[in-house]
Design a protein around this ligand. Structure first.
Ligand SMILES: [Zn+2]
Length: 132
């Protein structure tokens, strides 16, 4: 399968989205798809059990430097997604991304420009400090 560009994806979403072109439809479908992502992750823990959650307070030594923070921050997940859960979550995230793209189309936001701007002005400029 050929790799496609974000620009191609954005145009394809615009071409195929016929039924839910209303702003209200897109906003509510986006919210619904976000819930489905969260639900799929939760079900991998509570129904399948391939992943376990072990959450607790993040313990960071007072003298830790910013470059060391990543070593101390836990993601609170143990294990690996099974193939079934990975496929389900993959599908739900893809659907969520579809509606994010539809929202960008509705608002005439070029996603490539938006992400390039975010990368240059937020990720590169602010770095680790901006993501805290
Ligand atoms: Zn699973």
């Amino acid at each position: 399968m050929d790799k496609f560009s974000l620009d191609t994806f954005q145009h394809t979403v615009d071409d195929v989205l016929l039924r839910h072109r209303s702003a209200l439809d897109i906003l509510t479908k986006l919210q619904e798809s976000t819930s489905r992502v969260n639900r799929a992750v939760a079900k991998s823990i509570t129904y399948c059990g391939c992943v376990k959650m072990n959450a607790e307070k993040q313990e960071i030594p007072r003298d830790a430097s910013f470059s060391q923070l990543k070593e101390y921050m836990q993601n609170h997940l143990e294990g690996n997604l099974c193939e079934v859960c990975r496929d389900k979550i993959h599908h739900e995230i893809s659907t969520n991304f579809f509606y994010i793209t539809a929202l960008c189309n509705l608002l005439t936001i070029d996603m490539d420009d938006m992400l390039t701007d975010y990368h240059q002005n937020h990720l590169n400029t602010l770095g680790k400090y901006g993501l805290l």
